[in-house]
Design a protein around this ligand. Structure first.
Ligand code: BGC
Length: 814
């Protein structure tokens, strides 16, 4: 019997009394891969959640979690890494709003995103899904996106909470981090989004923080998220990321996803009976879950149809506004329509426009650069094409290379399409280096040897080394621009759109240059965040190290001048805000956007601070010859640091320099400001090694890191004896472990029907090696029980007969 009544505040209270313990426990776990549990007879419908977040990935079949199976065609928008380069709060809101519309159409109540983990290292395989290396920019982008989706009455799931900045050993690694770095770098984006946009749900990270799994972490999920930040939504696990369900409920982790077939139910009931878990904690989760269903109900009735054409146009606009013009010597760009263009490179036809993994969208249409450029330029003009290289390998194909050189030789301009093939970066594994495939580099160099006018168009989800850059005139970074990338690139190359994107992350000269290089991705499942606050430009700008392109960099087809910088006050108390005002003039010939960045530099501090930090920005559209005045507010938090001693944000009395720039290395104007406060620092000074002068190649001693963390670094888990969180990679070298691993591998690959691409194969192979034994229960929908897995572990630990007895006994008892 279905009860069609809508949930209300009162009926939720009533339901909490009516629901049996059994039903409550069931509600705290998914019904299957994408649906929450339902009790239709009680008026509790099962709502659906689905991936994105760069579009909607609503799976048609019920099999897997990594974007392998078919999903409903949807608009594929630029990925988060791309969109962040627009620095455009309104545009990001619009994209979120459109994805929210798509969710309404498909009756998906919660979109699983945005992902906002900080790009600690350019090598994290999943960076294309994240916004920035900077927490403020991350927080602003996430806020806009969440507001956009939720504007449609659809929820979001802000992920992956928290300190989840790598893919290596992704289900078990332990992030060892000091409290100040945690707060200032890794939690700030989440905090801003929670406080300013109230996402309906949060998704926990797979990892541990200082020894405690995110999904069991009371401090993270209750103390910080709910009590400090006022979050009132649902916390769900990442898929298969529940460690200990009882600890999770106590910690405030309301929903286990996906269903583990009731694997934890008995443990939860037993803990309720023996008093180790209180019914109050369970009821709190039930109330939050029912509230989520209540919020979702409005959009479950009726029908909604998206305007897919409008969404595609928006995707094109978003991609064009996010493209970053890295270099443009002699103003080679924009190109004229009536020239002979040689288009070179497989990526011109086979675009790389999105990343692999759970965010993989099935686009409803696809524009290639080749088609769009050919469509755009005059009919009399000559367009020639050569493939240049084979994708999926970095070996040179001499025939293709030769053909490309011939094609480019007599052209007025050669546009070379290169970047990172999918297998180079993906969810599920990290990058090994920052280099492009050798055959892409060779192609650029050979073309540049025969043609002086080379434009390189890059498609990649994260920074790459550009050793060839001096040989070409123009470089356009399109990142992963979504299904309309081809059109967007054409718009920018030919000046229909004046590029305005600015890098949301630094492009280091090479992969060794970052402060995180030595400490990423850690060893033996432990990763030490030794670099502290020195992430991205915070490090490069503090040590003055040369970078390929700085944070915030991006050129335009016009030029801008900054003048009349003033502050509303020369002195404020820490309870006040200050307003920065500046005039920006378009001194060139075409209209365009400028993104003005506001950095704060603390002249003197009791604790170590990076050279400067982004605290606000403004984007403004200006006609040629026109001047626009813009304002940016700097509030208390713009000057504060997280004081570990008082466990709060504090501002010290002193002078600050406010810097306005068009990148972190192109500061145009500066003003001093005095801030006064009653706070006096009584904590411990920062370890010397974190203060200037930092070493060129960043190393931090064990002692300095221990001092920073404030407690001994926990020892790394021993491999033996095996336990529930031992990985397949760890057990596979034992006799029985090899058998388990082989069977699991076979099962993992069996899910796939049809041809599998190399990237997906790699995701599954590496993913499996890093999977803990508990995944046998959690990711098989309960095919195995925890007791059976404990039996296997006993066997693995050398007690064969006891383990076998456990397994057989259980099988017999079934
Ligand atoms: C990913 C999440 C994703 C989930 C569901 C996980 O493996 O880490 O970001 O939302 O799968 O597909």
């Amino acid at each position: 019997m279905t009860n069609n009544k809508k949930l209300t505040k009162e009926s939720i209270k009533e339901l909490i009394n009516i629901l049996t313990l059994e039903q409550k426990v069931k509600l705290c776990s998914g019904k299957n891969l994408w649906y929450l549990e339902d009790f239709e007879e009680l008026g509790i419908p099962g709502i659906m959640v689905a991936d994105g977040p760069h579009g909607l990935r609503k799976q048609v079949t019920e099999v897997e979690t990594l974007g392998i199976a078919d999903s409903v065609p949807s608009t594929c928008f630029p990925t988060a890494a791309t969109l962040a380069c627009s620095w455009d709060r309104e545009l990001v809101f619009e994209v979120g709003n459109a994805i929210g519309e798509m969710c309404r159409q498909e009756k998906v109540s919660v979109l699983l995103g945005p992902g906002i983990n900080i790009k600690r290292s350019p090598l994290c395989g999943r960076n294309f899904e994240y916004y920035s290396e900077d927490p403020y920019l991350t927080g602003e982008m996430a806020t806009a996106f969440i507001k956009g989706v939720q504007n449609q009455g659809i929820g979001t799931s802000l992920k992956h909470f928290a300190v989840n900045n790598q893919e290596y050993h992704r289900m078990v690694f332990d992030s060892i981090i000091d409290e100040r770095t945690l707060r200032e770098i890794y939690l700030t984006g989440f905090e801003m989004a929670v406080k300013n946009a109230q996402p309906w749900t949060m998704m926990t990270g797979y990892n541990r923080i200082n020894g405690i799994f995110c999904s069991d972490n009371h401090r993270l999920l209750t103390k910080i998220l709910r009590e400090e930040w006022g979050f009132n939504g649902v916390v769900m696990s990442d898929w298969g990321g529940t460690n200990d369900r009882v600890a999770g409920i106590k910690a405030g982790m309301d929903l286990e996803m996906p269903s583990s077939g009731g694997a934890f139910d008995d443990m939860v009931k037993e803990s309720l009976e023996n008093g180790t878990l209180s019914i109050d904690d369970l009821n709190k989760s039930i109330e939050r879950l029912l509230n989520l269903v209540k919020k979702s109900q409005a959009q479950l009735d009726g029908t909604y149809l998206c305007d897919m054409n409008a969404h595609h146009r928006l995707a094109r606009k978003a991609a064009a506004e996010s493209a970053v013009l890295l270099k443009n010597e002699g103003n080679l760009l924009p190109l004229k329509k009536d020239i002979h263009v040689a288009i070179v490179g497989d990526m011109a036809k086979n675009l790389r426009y999105q990343g692999h993994g759970s965010s993989l969208i099935n686009p409803d249409r696809l524009e290639t650069a080749m088609d769009e450029i050919s469509r755009f330029i005059d009919r009399e003009a000559v367009t020639t094409y050569a493939q240049g290289y084979l994708s999926g390998t970095d070996k040179t194909d001499t025939g293709l290379l030769k053909e490309a050189v011939t094609t480019a030789t007599n052209a007025d301009v050669a546009i070379v399409f290169v970047g990172l093939p999918p297998i180079f970066e993906s969810e599920g594994y990290d990058r090994e280096h920052m280099a492009m495939p050798a055959n892409h580099i060779e192609l650029i160099e050979e073309i540049a040897a025969v043609n002086d006018n080379v434009v390189v168009v890059l498609s990649n989800g994260s920074p790459i080394e550009l050793p060839w850059i001096d040989k070409v005139k123009s470089v356009l970074e399109t990142y992963l621009g979504g299904q309309a990338s081809g059109g967007a690139v054409t718009d920018v190359l030919f000046g229909v759109v004046n590029p305005s994107g600015k890098l949301a992350e630094t492009f280091p000269m090479n992969g060794h240059d970052t402060a995180t290089y030595r400490y990423f991705p850690g060893e033996s499942r432990q990763v030490q965040y030794r670099e502290g606050l020195y992430v991205g430009y915070r490090y490069f700008d503090t040590v003055g190290k040369e970078v390929r392109f700085p944070f915030g960099h991006g050129l335009s087809y016009t030029t801008f001048e900054y003048s009349n910088f003033s502050l509303s006050k020369a002195e404020i108390t820490d309870a006040e805000s200050v307003i920065a005002t500046v005039t920006v003039t378009n001194t060139g010939n075409v209209a365009g956007y400028e993104i003005v960045q506001c950095y704060v530099h603390d002249l003197e501090s009791s604790v170590y601070r990076p050279e400067q930090e982004l605290k606000n920005f403004a984007k403004v559209y200006i006609q040629p010859g026109e001047s626009r005045e813009i304002t940016m507010v700097l509030d208390r938090r713009s000057f504060a640091f997280y004081d570990v001693n008082t466990a709060d944000w504090q501002v010290e009395t002193g002078e600050f320099e406010i810097r306005l720039g068009s990148s972190s290395r192109d500061i145009k104007l500066r003003r001093r400001l005095t801030v006064t406060s009653n706070f006096s620092f009584t904590g411990s000074p920062s370890p010397d090694e974190y203060r200037l002068p930092l070493k060129e190649h960043f190393t931090i001693s064990d002692d300095a890191f221990t001092e920073l963390v404030g407690q001994p670094v926990p020892p790394v888990d021993p491999v033996y004896p095996f336990h529930i969180n031992s990985t397949m990679g760890e057990i596979k070298d034992t006799f029985f472990g090899r058998i388990i691993y082989k069977r699991a591998r076979k099962a993992a690959f069996k899910v796939w029907k049809g041809e599998m691409d190399d990237t997906t194969k790699k995701i599954i192979e590496i993913g499996l090696l890093g999977s803990p034994l508990r995944s046998l229960v959690l990711l098989t929908g309960g095919k195995f029980s925890f007791s059976e897995v404990q039996g296997l572990i006993t066997i693995l630990n050398g007690r064969f007969f006891k383990g076998l007895g456990m397994v057989l006994g259980l099988i017999r008892n079934k």
